[in-house]
Write a protein that binds this ligand. Structure first.
Ligand code: FAD
Length: 427
């Protein structure tokens, strides 16, 4: 026995929430749409987990950050789904999918069939075990992908006041968690193999400004090395970590942010996989015409770069979700997904945005100081392809975004550095 829906969204994260909103805007009837998610709560804005959720004073808690609060849209609480006739199947893992038969099998043994399936399974945090380190299931070792991870980290923070934290990984999860730990009065050491933080995006000059600020807040950086083992007490709590370079660091809490892996396993052998994600066309449609993929799990054509990309950013989850729903409901009226990659982060009083592709020659501009506005442009084959801005106004972010999308020709790179932000205004 099972239930049948016209539309099924598999996964209940950011992309699922934005897809649901788009479905209601375009008009779905009661009982046509179902969202099935392993998480026990309705879709929420995941970025809040490493920011507001970890604050010592008035931390963000649901329902305050359900989607689509980030876009000044309606906040989609469980009541909202009910009122819109959307079936929300929570706390339920999908065990298998039969794309040919158009059915899903849930962990409760229910078969759900669909006419259109949207895969929004996102990604999972990479575990240290995958790199040969054992013991990361200890209660004071924290990953951060979902609400249960965030609750575990918040509890570990509470019991580590004035203690020591080791943050493994120098990406945005590591940087945002380190800032939150400092705000919670915990001594932080960050460990990562690269030469500087945010190595996939930041230039050495940008990274050194943030790192200096973190150091001034008491954060220590140990670079060029990795964690090799944990030490435990008799309760199986981690007491220290050992690094490959011989360092031994006492730890009350360990936060691990070493990357993610898209959740594609249900579809391997059934759909085309590319660059680790489910390959879709410019309508977010997979190699099976009834199946679409959105968010972190989708590899889609980024027209601007003429390349297939899989992005791990919230803006792309939101926009790809809307596009897929539009393509399903109004295929004739829906053009190609023409997306400008966008990513942001907030740590302490810093706030930056990045648009485009961080490749090619880099030109820095502005005053590289805390509280000031500064940034960088990336130029590839004589064209502006990427822009980074710290401390900008909303208007300034929009300006660099528009300029980057146009990929203007840059003839004088030195001049670009001199005029800085004003250049984007003239494009
Ligand atoms: P997700 O939001 O991960 O949702 C996937 C959902 O699918 C989950 O509910 C999961 O439980 C469910 N699922 C998976 N498999 C199954 C299954 N078999 N059965 C049932 N359900 C399943 N991006 C930015 O641009 N800026 C930021 O500042 C930023 N901060 C972040 C902070 C944190 C802590 C995290 C974790 C991410 C952050 N991101 C940020 C990234 C952003 O949150 C993701 O890009 C976004 O959540 C992707 O949305 P998604 O819907 O594709 O996947």
């Amino acid at each position: 026995m099972g239930r049948a829906f016209v539309y099924v969204i598999l996964g209940g994260g950011v992309a699922a929430g934005y897809a649901a909103l788009e479905f209601t805007r375009r008009g779905v009837s009661e009982g046509e749409l179902c969202i099935i998610s392993e998480e026990p709560v309705a879709p929420y804005e995941r970025p809040a987990l490493s920011k507001g959720f970890l604050l010592p004073e008035s931390p963000a808690r649901l329902p305050s950050f359900h989607t689509c609060v980030g876009e000044n849209d309606e906040k989609l609480t469980p009541k909202w789904y009910k009122e819109h006739g959307i079936e929300l199947v929570l706390g339920t893992r999908v065990k298998s999918v039969d794309v040919r038969r158009k059915t899903l099998l849930s962990s409760t043994g229910e078969t759900i069939s669909y006419k259109f399936l949207i895969i929004a399974t996102g990604a999972r945090a990479l575990k240290l075990e995958e790199f040969g380190v054992e013991g990361s299931d200890a209660e004071n070792v924290c990953y951060l992908r979902d609400l249960s991870d965030a609750n575990r980290l918040a509890t570990a923070i509470q019991s580590s006041a004035n203690g020591n934290a080791v943050v493994i990984g120098g990406g945005y999860i590591g940087m945002e968690c380190a800032a939150s730990l400092v705000i919670n009065k915990i001594n932080v050491t960050m460990v990562f193999p690269e030469a500087h933080c945010m190595a996939r995006l930041f230039t050495p000059k940008i990274a050194s400004l943030y790192e200096d600020y973190y150091r001034a807040k008491g954060v220590e950086f140990i670079k060029g090395t990795v964690l090799t083992s944990f030490e435990f007490d008799s309760n199986k709590k981690v007491t220290a970590v050992n690094l490959k370079d011989g360092n031994h660091l006492p730890a009350d809490v360990v936060v691990v942010g070493i990357g993610i892996r898209p959740n594609t396993s249900l579809f391997e052998g059934q759909l085309t996989i590319e660059k680790g994600g489910i390959k879709v066309n410019s309508k977010m449609q997979s190699s099976d015409s009834s199946v679409y993929a959105i968010g972190d799990v989708a590899t889609f054509p980024v027209k601007l770069f003429g390349e297939m990309r899989r992005l791990e950013h919230v803006d792309s989850a939101r926009k790809s979700a809307r596009h897929a729903v539009s393509a399903i409901m109004e295929p004739e009226k829906t053009g190609e997904f023409d997306y400008l990659p966008f990513f942001y982060s907030r740590v302490f009083a810093f706030s930056w945005q990045f648009y485009g592709d961080p490749v090619g020659e880099v030109v820095h501009f502005g005053e590289f100081e805390e509280g000031k506005t500064f940034g960088a442009y990336w130029i590839k084959k004589g064209h502006l392809v990427g822009s980074f801005l710290e401390g900008g106004s909303q208007e300034e972010y929009e300006t660099i975004s528009k300029a980057t999308r146009l990929k203007p020709a840059v003839t004088d790179v030195e001049e670009l550095g001199r005029v800085g932000l004003e250049y984007a205004e003239t494009v």
